[in-house]
Write a protein that binds this ligand. Sequence first.
Ligand code: FAD
Ligand code: DLZ
Ligand code: SF4
Length: 510
Amino acid sequence: MTKALRFILGDQLSADISCLRGIAPDDVVLMCEVCEEATYVRHHKKKIAFLFSAMRHFAEELGDAGHTLDYVRFEACVGSFTDALSEAARRHEADRIVVTEASEWRVLEMQRGWAETLGIDVEIRPDDRFIATKQEFADWAKDRKELRMEFFYREMRRKTGYLMDANGGPEGGQWNYDKDNRDPLPEDAKVPKRPDFSVDGITEDVIDLVAKRFADHPGELEPFNYPVTRRQATYYLNWFIGEALPSFGDFQDAMQQGEPLLFHSHLSALINCGLLDPAECCEKAETAWREGSVPLNAAEGFIRQIIGWREYVRGVYWLKMPDYRDANALSAGRDLPDFFWTGDTQMNCLRQSISETLENAYAHHIQRLMLIGNFALLAGFEPKQVQDWYLEIYHDAYDWVEMPNVVGMILYADGGVVASKPYAASGAYINRMSDYCGSCRYSVTKKNGAKACPFNYLYWNFLIENRDRFRDNHRMRMIYKTLDRMGDEKTIAVKEDSARFFKALSRGEI
Ligand code: FAD
Ligand code: DLZ
Ligand code: SF4
């Protein structure tokens, strides 16, 4: 009689995960909370609490469904996945291990080594919870000069049939309604109140554990108000489709002080850990559009984020790893300032979005991209430090999704694989899309001097410092023409202001 250990990782909390298929009555399902996963970066306290609680609830549901569970809790002090597996294989006298391939390079490498280290058969099954396989992405990328998300997205629309008309074209005649996703928030906008998710005994235990064992990790642990079960996650998805999706399209790029969620779905952590299936999220959005309860720009915008961006960044990750993590095309080397862990800065937009991040382990896309990311780009922070920060601070962060967004999208550290030009912007953009500037110590209309918004001169300083690299980029020709027309006096002022700013930054005075 053979006995298999079916080993489920923390981001594989899906009832139909491939490693469970064909499970025999004698097989044991293993799940474990281990030291290495919880500490390889200093994950935000809420991220650990969310994942441990979701894992414990998921294990309970598998037990209720009749599976034999071996759940190793953090209190057992097991070091790594490999240690947990080795001990469990001995404990259960298993002669086979079945796993679903890990979402991250780091852990897949471990999985590939287990047969040899543990001296036991290991079957690694594909993770089929994505729309595209790794091979499909590689085939699409092959022989292409540029890997633009938009063209991959169209392939995914054709593959899934989402928002496609009877003639095989995109509904509404356009593939992409990005231009209709950029309205600033009107003053009288009504942001819907989020549902409350009660904290049960399992979550309370986990909160106590995290408070005791991860006190030195960043972020606030309470209040904790996020789904941790499949049932709660489905409720939240339905709530989003009914209450927030209708306005998601128009205000996707807007930022508002004191409103960290606006009309965003807040579903990424639930999708990434497996409690929600990306396809079901898209199908519900499409149905809502077909039934007339959400506009096309909203349904398309949401579906594009999931079958477009999410699938695309995963494809880039697997195509470019392992070299991708060390990419630093712009030779950026400045250290991240302390305020990334405290929010204590006089730049109001950063203070708001970093403080919200520390509170919620969440910031929405434009805060991550056009505020914090834009600042990291203009300031020239070292890519590895920026990667680690994003990985530890957001509740949805795993390196397959964080890394291409950081290395490719915000820092241009991959030399243009993901972005056709750097996502650099001055204070005018932030002022247009938010209400942050009105209560800032700096003046967004001032271009130079001690009171000027730092984004204004850092933007030009970035263009000056990277002139050789970007001046022939066809999307940047106009801006370099403007720079060329800038007189010496103005250029010198930009450089002096930037030098003064960086000095103050290194002294912790910003
Ligand atoms: P919504 O705005 O409601 O979007 C819907 C869904 O689309 C998200 O839930 C997510 O699954 C998907 N999505 C949207 N944009 C992206 C994208 N660029 N890449 C991948 N998926 C996307 N997302 C993560 O899931 N994990 C990360 O670690 C992560 N790190 C990021 C780092 C940077 C520098 C940037 C710019 C973006 C990052 N993102 C990451 C993408 C995006 O910001 C988050 O997915 C989004 O903010 C999550 O909030 P939401 O669920 O409310 O998303
Ligand atoms: C993020 C995370 C944390 C903090 N802890 C665990 C854990 O103790 N056990 C576990 O199975 N997974 C954890 N995770 C998620 C894993 O890091 C993630 O599933 C893998 O890295 C995927 O490659
Ligand atoms: Fe941010 Fe500049 Fe506006 Fe202040 S003035 S909130 S630093 S963009």
